[in-house]
Design a protein around this ligand. Structure first.
Ligand code: PA5
Length: 430
């Protein structure tokens, strides 16, 4: 279970009590599944409902993929990719001790990136996990076509048929049609779970398992989250407490931006995942808090000045992971030309922790409050639990704003414009 604490010089006057009744109503509404978009609350108890067979099938398929292929291309965008990448990078880091490579496509229309990745994959025996709930997302569909074409050219039709693993809707969409025609191995995205909540379904689980991560442990963390974050009382429920703080910092204190902060580079994609989760869920009816992100201390050397003394628009939500998985000791140097001997024998993780304490004090004694979300250790169990914590907090704070957390009508606007400009049949008059 995560711990949530609020820090900030003027923030003690933040009075939660007047909102207790509304907070309870929202909590009851979530549990009763009676709010807007309630047909997308399947994530709430998915971990308890998921069959042993499905989990085992994912584990067995991942094992086979790791044995048979050199690499996996995860082909998806937004909710159909961010969660898996966040988990893989957080748990494996950037230089994993593993010969099996995982790369990402379908998340961009960049010609340069796509060209270079395809060239990097040339001659490699790779598998594709194409992930799309709608099956019609342009970025994913174009990348999938290019990948298939490369494999077809290099290894032939039978290879492609075996090397494609599709995660999509049970019945609808063009991707399901192609699965049925070509006979690809496929997994189902549950109809009652939207993209940004789908990391706990086969959408996230297959790539995560392909990275050699224990998905049973990950799902155990999610399942415990169902109990840990279900109390109606925000004083007993860290997810609702965090959701309530977010709401009040926005509507009472008028902070328009939340900056997710972590002190490890490989948590960058967790922040990207969080930005999608909150921005896409809350940013409706001219409301919501714009989420941004920073990795400290790295970004203190670029954004630190603004945070300390710039326009007071933001508060921080700091992901504080107490124990690192690895550590280093600062060695002694007899010449001490760099004047660093005062740190000799100190652990790098301790120095990073001191940086966290110093920055927290500087920012919160200035004009930037901070909510600290504390996790003991980054492992599959704790990360599963943490992601579920954020699901609950997100549903809660969006319902506090009285918006439907589970739709994204605004995203369609650019898509329609693009289809029209590209001449997609059926979009001529839109
Ligand atoms: O959270 C969401 O709903 C979106 O980010 C989608 O996941 C994203 O647009 C990809 O959609 P699809 O899975 O239909 O290809």
């Amino acid at each position: 279970m995560v711990e949530v604490r609020l820090h900030g010089k003027d923030i003690k006057e933040l009075n939660l009590a007047p909102y207790a009744e509304k907070a309870r109503r929202v909590a009851e509404q979530i549990e009763a599944r009676s709010g807007d978009g309630n047909d997308f609350l399947g994530w709430m108890d998915f971990a308890s409902r998921q069959s042993e067979e499905e989990l085992q099938d994912i584990i067995d398929t991942a094992k086979m993929i790791r044995e048979k292929y050199d690499a996996l291309v995860v082909c998806g965008i937004g909710g159909s990719y961010l969660g898996a990448r966040a988990v893989i990078e957080a748990l494996k880091g950037f230089f994993p001790d593993d010969d099996f490579e995982i790369v990402y496509l379908g998340n961009t229309l960049s010609a340069d990136y796509t060209y270079q990745l395809l060239r990097h994959l040339e001659g490699k025996r790779y598998a594709i996990n194409v992930i799309s709930k709608s099956g019609t997302t342009t970025e994913t569909a174009i990348s999938f076509r290019l990948l298939k074409e490369q494999l077809l050219r290099e290894f032939g039709k039978d290879y492609v048929r075996e090397a494609v693993f599709a995660t999509t809707d049970a019945k609808g969409g063009t991707l399901r049609k192609e699965v049925n025609k070509e006979g690809y191995k496929s997994f189902v995205i549950p109809g009652d779970i939207g993209g940004r909540f789908s990391v706990i379904t086969p959408v996230g689980l297959l790539p995560i398992a392909c990275a050699g991560i224990d998905i049973k442990e990950f799902m155990r963390g999610v399942k415990d989250g169902e109990k840990d974050y279900s109390s109606y009382d925000y004083a007993l429920n860290p997810a609702y407490y965090y959701g309530l703080l977010r709401y009040l910092l926005n509507v009472e204190k008028h902070y328009t931006s939340e900056m997710f902060v972590a002190y490890d580079l490989h948590y960058k994609m967790i922040e990207e995942w969080l930005k999608q989760l909150f921005d896409e869920s809350e940013g409706k009816n001219n409301q919501g808090t714009l989420c941004s992100s920073g990795i400290f201390t790295t970004d203190l050397h670029s954004m630190g000045q603004f945070i300390q003394q710039g326009s007071p628009v933001l508060y921080e939500t700091i992901l504080r992971v107490v124990n690192t998985n690895f550590d280093l000791e600062i060695p002694e140097d007899k010449d001490n030309l760099d004047d660093l001997n005062y740190l000799k024998g100190k652990k790098l993780s301790d120095i990073n922790h001191v940086a966290y304490q110093a920055t927290l004090k500087a920012h919160t004694e200035g004009h930037t409050p901070a909510i600290v979300v504390r996790v003991d250790k980054m492992n599959p169990y704790h990360l599963g639990n943490l992601m579920y914590f954020f699901f609950r907090a997100c549903a809660f704070s969006a319902y506090m704003l009285e918006v439907n957390p589970f739709n994204q009508p605004g995203v369609e606007v650019y898509k329609v414009n693009m289809f029209k400009l590209l001449g997609k049949p059926g979009y001529e008059d839109k």
